[in-house]
Design a protein around this ligand. Structure first.
Ligand SMILES: *Cc1c(COP(=O)(O)O)cnc(C)c1O
Length: 369
């Protein structure tokens, strides 16, 4: 038996439940191409997420790439975004032949610092692409105000924010579009998968063509599209996992609260949850600030010796990665860089044992206390 504790562990429905659910596929032999389960999952997710439009995708990255593409921004346009994120966010901008303009983040929650956005706007700016990092909600009103003033689109990377609500409304109902990831390591998974949510109806068709080769009917291909369809096995995994999502998030919350209780001492800082937001407890990031006995990197190595695999999410900043370094507009990213040097994501998932959490907290307390 593997007794390592990894940073996460994929949620899975009971075995029999999934096996029962996939049985009909052996009658229909309909495995993909927007089948019955694809349609059902789209419908159920629209309800669960509280969004008026939703398009399922093969993964979160393609959801983001195609969401950006759906707006037909002119090549070389600028998109203001955060470097404190998973590399996918920046790749999606660049692969659309758009220019990322990195904006610093806030120390309190790691989301884009909306007070710094306006200074970065030029006549080439077309959109803002903020990330609800760790499920922490961005300053939605602040960002929308700027977008309205300068006529910009807002596309949220909500890959971490499945099930998060802000002011009682689904997080995916804000901005022009949001993308979710249903990757195995996320709060809700379809093994691999993702979705774009949006309010504007025309985006449904636009995304449908983009994810299915631009095929209009058997003989007509009216636009250039990719292949980003979710298959029926993945959709059924989603339908099964969705039945248990409330319970899974509640189990995460219990464990999150236990960590906070055990680690709430000087030196170790937690992000501040956004006011008026219902979180999803997707991650447990802690900040090992200056003045702690052990640095973040030393603590990371030390925990590894005990079989506890934490992650330095998000280090390095995407703007510092070899493929992007020194290629785009230089902006001071002091806070993002500081967070990136201090953050450590601890193991958190719905089935993590209380004993494991206590052991992790003890090891941390001994070293940082
Ligand atoms: C996971 C993730 C993605 C990409 O999602 P995939 O489903 O893995 O393709 C995009 N952005 C962020 C912030 C993520 O964490």
């Amino acid at each position: 038996m593997d007794d390592r504790i990894l940073v996460t562990r994929s949620s899975m429905p009971p075995y029999e439940e999934y096996i029962e659910a996939i049985k009909p596929l052996w009658d229909t032999h309909w495995l993909t191409n927007m089948g019955q389960y694809h349609q059902q999952l789209e419908k159920e997710l629209k309800e669960y997420l509280g969004v008026s439009g939703l398009s399922l995708m093969v993964n979160g990255h393609m959801a983001l790439e195609l969401a950006l593409q759906a707006f037909d921004f002119p090549e070389g346009s600028e998109v203001i975004t955060t470097p404190f994120t998973f590399i996918s966010t920046t790749h999606a901008i660049v692969r659309n032949r758009l220019q990322p303009v990195f904006c610093d983040v806030k120390s309190t929650d790691g989301t884009i610092d909306e007070t710094r956005i306006e200074d970065l706007i030029t006549e080439k700016t077309v959109a803002i692409l903020p990330v609800h990092v760790y499920g922490n909600v961005c300053n939605i009103e602040g960002i929308q105000k700027i977008a309205d003033k300068y006529d910009l689109r807002v596309i949220y990377d909500a890959a971490h924010a499945f099930g998060v609500k802000y002011k009682g409304r689904g997080i995916g109902s804000y901005g022009d579009a949001s993308i979710f990831s249903f990757h195995a390591t996320k709060v809700f998974n379809t093994i691999e998968g993702g979705a774009v949510s949006f309010a504007e109806r025309r985006l449904y068709d636009k995304l449908y063509y983009l994810k299915n080769f631009g095929i209009q009917n058997e003989e007509i291909v009216s636009s250039v599209g990719a292949n980003a369809k979710m298959n029926e096995f993945a959709a059924i995994m989603g339908l099964c996992n969705l039945k248990h999502i409330g319970e899974a998030i509640a189990e995460r919350k219990k464990r999150y609260d236990l960590y906070r209780e055990r680690l709430s001492r000087k030196g170790i800082r937690f992000f501040t949850p956004t006011q008026d937001a219902d979180g999803n407890y997707a991650y447990l990031p802690i900040l090992i600030e200056e003045g702690c006995r052990m640095t973040r990197d030393a603590l990371y190595e030390e925990l590894k010796q005990y079989g506890i695999y934490t992650r330095k999410y998000f280090y390095p900043l995407t703007s510092d990665q070899a493929c992007f370094k020194n290629q785009y507009k230089r902006v001071a990213l002091d806070t993002a860089r500081k967070l990136s040097d201090e953050v450590l994501v601890l193991p958190l998932y719905d089935t993590l044992s209380v004993e494991s959490i206590e052991r992790i907290c003890e090891l941390i307390s001994e070293r940082e206390g």
